[in-house]
Design a protein around this ligand. Structure first.
Ligand SMILES: Nc1ncnc2c1ncn2[C@@H]1O[C@H](COP(=O)(O)OP(=O)(O)OP(=O)(O)O)[C@@H](O)[C@H]1O
Length: 341
């Protein structure tokens, strides 16, 4: 397991004020961050407002030292064991960084393998294996500049695995990729964690990807930890309520208090927000004799089934029903706007 304890990173920058004067400015990029990444786990790192994600990943990769706090990897303090830590971790960045374009795919892997101190025979066998695993055997001896975006990204994955790391840090791994290739890469990430037991830290602007892949998500705001939970728990906690919409025929306004009374009796918090000639414009619309009733609840999908007998009792005919569920993107937008329910 990787364990960060109360880690803070403060950058110091010097601004020139004139020929002989300069002022020192400090930026606290990460503040008292405690987080963990277990083996076989995919952990998301999301940020609002220059949150400190890149700084965190650089500290985990031993590229930056924390100003204070400690990082341990499998019980080993990172500060005193840099070399051993470097054997256990690797980073895969999205986009087209970290590859040598003039070199072939195979030569890139050989180069990085040598940086990790692997011998030639080991590098040769590992490269063949990894190139096959990411589907680049046929293109192995082609210069990377001739690769498509997807091929470069697959080579990035092979490069990130050349030292057989136990922990992988993925920074925007699907950036700019076409949907089918991005989907294939998500499959690879899942299998690296779930079948090969690697601990993975993932940052991505594609929140659907984070929601789909991550077991837990850390949300940072200006370097501070705002939340850590399972994606669906964050959605529930932040964006919370779902909305059930029923399109019915035969509605009349006298039913509104009866429906509210029924909702109250159902025993879970639910709020009728729409109906005929709806009040605040949130919901409720008329289309012929069809009326939309909207109910906000923590479990609106369940609520729909519970409402069916009630509508039948009052002779309402249901034309359609649907449920709006917030997702991680809704939750993160609410958090970034400081509007949390
Ligand atoms: N080398 C540096 N010197 C000074 N300040 C820095 C340096 N690197 C980052 N910062 C500052 O630290 C804060 C966090 O930056 P960081 O790049 O870690 O955030 P991020 O979450 O990766 O942001 P983004 O998603 O916008 O890339 C920002 O205010 C940034 O301006």
């Amino acid at each position: 397991m990787i364990q960060m304890n109360e880690v803070t990173k403060i950058y110091e920058t010097k601004n020139r004020l004139g020929l002989f004067r300069a002022e020192t400015r400090t930026v606290t990029a990460v503040q008292s961050l405690t987080m963990s990444i277990g083996k076989g786990e995919i952990v998301g790192l999301l940020g609002l407002n220059g949150a400190g994600k890149t700084t965190t990943i650089r500290m985990l990769s031993t590229l930056l030292d924390p100003t204070s706090g400690s990082i341990e990897i499998d019980g080993m303090p990172m500060a005193d064991n840099r070399r051993s830590v470097q054997q256990k971790v690797n980073m895969i960045a999205g986009g087209e960084r970290m590859l040598y374009w003039r070199l072939t795919g195979r030569e890139n892997l050989h180069y990085f393998g040598r940086l990790y101190g692997l011998n030639t025979a080991k590098i040769r066998s590992l490269s063949d294996l990894l190139l096959a695993e990411v589907g680049l055997t046929a293109a192995a001896d082609q210069p990377v500049e001739q690769y498509s975006k997807g091929m470069k990204q697959r080579l990035q994955i092979a490069r990130g695995l050349i030292n057989d790391p136990e922990y992988l840090f993925l920074d925007e791994p699907t950036l700019g990729l076409d949907a089918p290739i991005a989907r294939q890469l998500r499959g690879t990430v899942r299998s690296l964690a779930k079948e090969h037991g690697k601990g993975i830290l993932l940052t991505s602007h594609y929140l659907q990807e984070v929601e789909e892949l991550c077991d837990r998500v850390y949300v940072l705001n200006r370097g501070r930890l705002l939340l850590c939970d399972k994606p669906d728990a964050i959605v529930r906690q932040v964006a919370g309520l779902q909305t059930a919409h029923l399109q019915v025929s035969g509605w009349n306004e006298a039913l509104r208090p009866l429906l509210q009374e029924h909702l109250d009796k159902l025993g879970h918090p639910a709020e009728l927000i729409g109906g005929v000639k709806d009040i605040d414009g949130i919901a409720g619309s008329q289309d012929g004799d069809s009326y939309r009733i909207s109910v906000r609840s923590t479990s609106a999908d369940m609520l729909i089934t519970e409402l069916l007998p009630w509508t039948a009792q009052y002779g309402l005919r249901i034309n359609s029903f649907a449920c709006d569920k917030p997702n991680l993107e809704d939750a993160i937008i609410l958090l970034s706007e400081g509007r949390v329910s």
